[in-house]
Design a protein. Structure first.
Length: 297
DNA sequence: ACCCAGGCAGCTT
DNA sequence: AAGCTGCATGGG
């Protein structure tokens, strides 16, 4: 039986909501289990659950310092200070009202890059499945609190030595080439993605775009979700739809104008605002489709 | 059977 | 710069 270490983070649910955070499409490995969330960070199994006094974290193994988890969760970031910077308009107000407590966590950059390489032209449940296959097949087995085997996210070294055919067994299709080449680039050029966080945002984006399979959208996701560039604003099909309906009267807009608007309008935490809008429009869309289903019954 | 999915690369206009 | 198309795979 594995030893479990525990830690309580004193934070109110309205300032840190685990459901909103892990359901918002920024991470792909967290799973809801018995009213808590379980995932793997830095090769360790972690369980998080809301408690009356805050968020309780359980970690597999003996843990004497918690800075890695505090950094991942960004637990010392004040949500109020971020929300204050959002523009005030009916749509953003609605998003904040609906999604208050949604947080952006700070993922490990390699995992973030690799998983978003899997995301192109895929739905979120399928991305999760691919990542799951990848970890089972190539990840190192790590201590688990329950009987089931548990795997760390595979290192670039392991992925680089795998063949494209082996990677395709994880059902990632044409993305296998992207993943293998990214891993090889990191290994051969001795790239430490974490260092990109110390560069200017233009330079960091330029380096990310030099990976095959990384375009503007995925580059912005990696910057926002793993490198601390809180103004990076990924524009995917959902956000584009949200921006057009909310701010452009549902009229067609040129890509360039869309980008210009997001840069000038959403402020220094634009990426955070983007995540609120993204989750908000998806919730609205879910409700609408549920209504439609009920009409058909 | 068809359409689309937290896109991107490689084309053509 | 826009506007097309193919891409592997799975789900509605």
């Amino acid at each position: 039986m594995q030893e479990i270490s525990q830690k309580l983070f004193a934070v109110k649910k309205q300032d840190y909501n685990l459901d909103l955070t892990f359901d918002s499409g920024q991470t792909f490995r967290w799973q809801k289990v018995n009213d808590g969330w379980e995932g793997v960070i830095y090769g360790k199994w972690v369980r998080l659950e809301h408690h009356k006094d805050g968020i309780k974290a359980c970690v597999c193994g003996k843990v004497s310092y918690w800075s890695w988890l505090e950094d991942y969760l960004q637990i010392n970031t004040s949500l109020n200070r971020i929300l204050r910077e959002f523009p005030r308009d009916p749509h953003m107000n609605g998003a904040v009202k609906t999604c208050r407590g949604l947080r952006i966590v700070r993922q490990e950059p390699w995992e973030c890059l690799a998983t978003f390489l899997m995301s192109s032209n895929k739905q979120i449940p399928q991305i999760k499945q691919i990542i799951n296959n990848l970890c089972e097949r190539f990840g190192e087995q790590i201590p688990s609190p329950h009987g089931r085997p548990l795997y760390a996210f595979p290192t670039p070294q392991v992925i680089a030595t795998a063949s494209e055919e082996e990677l395709r067994l994880c059902k990632m299709g044409f993305r296998a080439e992207y993943l293998k080449k990214a891993a090889e680039k990191i290994v051969h050029e001795k790239i430490d993605l974490r260092e990109l966080s110390r560069l200017s945002s233009d330079k960091a984006r330029e380096i990310l775009l030099s990976f095959r399979g990384v375009g503007p959208k995925i580059a912005d996701c990696v910057m926002l979700f793993s490198l601390g560039f809180m103004d990076a604003f990924p524009i995917d099909v959902w956000i584009e739809k949200a921006l057009r309906t909310f701010y452009f009267d549902s009229k067609p807009v040129k890509q360039k104008d869309l980008e210009k608007f997001t840069r000038s309008y959403f402020g220094k935490f634009a990426g955070y605002a983007q995540q609120y809008l993204y989750h908000y429009i998806r919730i609205l869309n879910n409700r609408a489709s549920i209504c439609k289903n009920e009409e058909n019954i």
